[in-house]
Design a protein around this ligand. Sequence first.
Ligand SMILES: Nc1ncnc2c1ncn2[C@@H]1O[C@H](COP(=O)(O)OP(=O)(O)OP(=O)(O)O)[C@@H](O)[C@H]1O
Length: 272
Amino acid sequence: MLLRRHPPRLQFRPPTRGEELIRFEHLQKSFGPKRVYDDLQLSVYAGETLTVIGGSGTGKSVLLKCLIGLLRPDAGRILFEGQELSGFHEEDFIDVRRHVAMVFQGSALFDSLTVGENIAYPLREHFPRMPAEEIRERVARKLELVNLPGIEDMKPSDLSGGMKKRVGLARAIATDPEVILWDEPTTGLDPVTTENINQMIRSMQKQLGCTSIVVTHDMMSAFTVSDRIAMLANRRIVQVGTPEEMKVSTVPEVRAFLDARRQELGLQEEAR
Ligand SMILES: Nc1ncnc2c1ncn2[C@@H]1O[C@H](COP(=O)(O)OP(=O)(O)OP(=O)(O)O)[C@@H](O)[C@H]1O
């Protein structure tokens, strides 16, 4: 756990729905000789669910990690509520992660802790003085929200894949974040559980007013949950649009990507 040396750098005020909340501006990022972004531009608006799609290795997950400071861009700016994150120190990102929570691909639960302890973990980290009773109440409320009430004492090893994802979500929303980042939320899940997770993404928006950024390979899921979809290709965002706009896109990279998944999507010929 990082100890804070100076006052919080992030000045946070609750966003108004529809205003620009996050902006990636002229982002560049390389790993050694591998260039991931050349000049990436993307805005995310408060209250929307935006899905980032793109081929394997195009940098979808790197984008989420840059936003919460797990990786740093080489050049360009990331603005959160108009505040530039590039100059933030590692400890300044503690506050960013309180407002922007990530639901990791593999749930990333601690196997040695119970479900309740897992969800309480970020509360203890961000609010060291929070009374035990309040932590218990918050944990119970979050488990109810993900439709898993009363399983505080179970261990992650006793849960199915879908339940683990939902506990991962309960942990991510423990601190009442304004933004939820979903890294491949439906990968490896059966169709029923996938539908369940899609509904969860939607209900976080409806019930909590959260902004979501989803990274996924699953195009059905992208078309189901998104207000807007952004396509990453050739080291930049080549198009951003509503699901309907993307389905009839004339941008070559988008066409090629969707054509390759036409069967999965069951797109109609006339929608091309
Ligand atoms: N920490 C790192 N060190 C070195 N290379 C990295 C690191 N993180 C990501 N990369 C590389 O950056 C590129 C983009 O990675 P990223 O995980 O964002 O891709 P992705 O679009 O999410 O792919 P996938 O859909 O397969 O998960 C890949 O080539 C990856 O190998």
